[in-house]
Design a protein around this ligand. Structure first.
Ligand SMILES: [Zn+2]
Length: 164
């Protein structure tokens, strides 16, 4: 069991964060945004950046190459719909990241904001610095904005589904 603190200050206890989010055992801030048969979309529970989303797959696997065809399709459909949702909110660019060093396959859908580019530059090498910065600076207004963005993305999924 591991314990981490989510960005609202609540304790999260889990064996595998991906398994526990997709099974519904672990409640994340703002709740699950979209739940498919295979893929589940939620906000990153630890980093308070509006529109920072995570696509999880239900099965405990590590790599893209382990996904079967149905899983690949749904995971990519959800990631693409998440991108469209963020772009509909005025975010002009997103970065997708998947790292095999995590034991449970997930894709980060990371929004780019002007303040990130101005202070850190662009590209995956800056993501950790941006996350630490956002975490250090987050106040109640930021956390409310993150939660409001989750609701907007949820509305987008309700209206448009995952396949355009
Ligand atoms: Zn897992």
């Amino acid at each position: 069991m591991r314990t981490e603190t989510d960005f609202l200050g609540n304790e999260m206890t889990f064996d595998c964060m991906g398994c526990d989010i997709t099974s519904g055992k672990l409640m994340v801030p703002g709740g699950v945004i979209y739940r498919g048969d295979i893929a589940v979309l939620a906000a990153d529970p630890e980093v308070p950046i509006p529109g920072f989303l995570v696509v999880n797959v239900s099965r405990h696997i590590r790599s893209l190459s382990e996904l079967n065809s149905a899983e690949r399709h749904e995971v990519v459909d959800v990631a693409a719909a998440a991108e469209r949702a963020l772009k509909s909110l005025g975010i002009s660019e997103v970065t997708l990241v998947q790292e095999e060093r995590s034991s449970h396959f997930h894709i980060w859908v990371f929004p780019n904001y002007n303040w990130m580019t101005e202070q850190f530059g662009k590209g995956v090498s800056y993501l950790r610095d941006i996350m630490h910065y956002a975490d250090d600076r987050a106040d109640d207004a930021t956390r409310q904005e993150v939660l409001a963005t989750i609701e907007k993305v949820r509305d987008y999924f309700k209206e448009h589904g995952i396949v355009e």
